[in-house]
Design a protein around this ligand. Structure first.
Ligand code: ZN
Length: 132
């Protein structure tokens, strides 16, 4: 099954914890063992899994990304959002998490993050669950 999840972003760059959205799709599928694939159909956003305990981790990731790939540089892309396209490619559009006992098999400190690099926008995710 495939489900779509809407994500509203509020800042130019932002990491939004979507773990509960994905877990809720998994629960409604009733699949107990398998995998869930999350895919972002956007060229200026991405996905990552990282720490959910200290919010400064999100802040540091974004601050360093914005230093390494500045918003303004000698870019040619006319839309003016090359930094967002580059960050999107670095993070990637998809990730997979194992489903075990009907739950996401994540580490204690791990969350799934939607990475906004050209917000604020209304975004969406495709969530595909595979039983097995
Ligand atoms: Zn563009």
């Amino acid at each position: 099954m495939i489900a779509d999840v809407e994500v509203k972003t509020h800042k130019r760059t932002e990491l939004i914890d979507i773990t509960e959205h994905v877990a809720s799709v998994v629960r409604s599928s009733a699949v107990k063992e398998g995998t869930v694939f999350v895919f972002v159909p956007h060229t200026t956003a991405g996905l990552t899994i990282n720490e959910n305990a200290d919010p400064d981790v999100k802040r540091d990731i974004l601050a360093e990304m914005n230093k390494v790939i500045p918003f303004d540089d000698d870019y040619r892309h006319g839309e003016g959002n090359s930094a967002a396209h580059i960050k999107s490619s670095l993070f990637g559009p998809g990730l997979t998490v194992i489903i075990s006992g009907g739950e996401l098999l994540l580490g204690t400190w791990q969350s799934i993050y939607f990475c906004e690099f050209d917000g604020p926008r209304n975004r969406r995710l495709h969530v595909k669950i595979q039983e097995g």
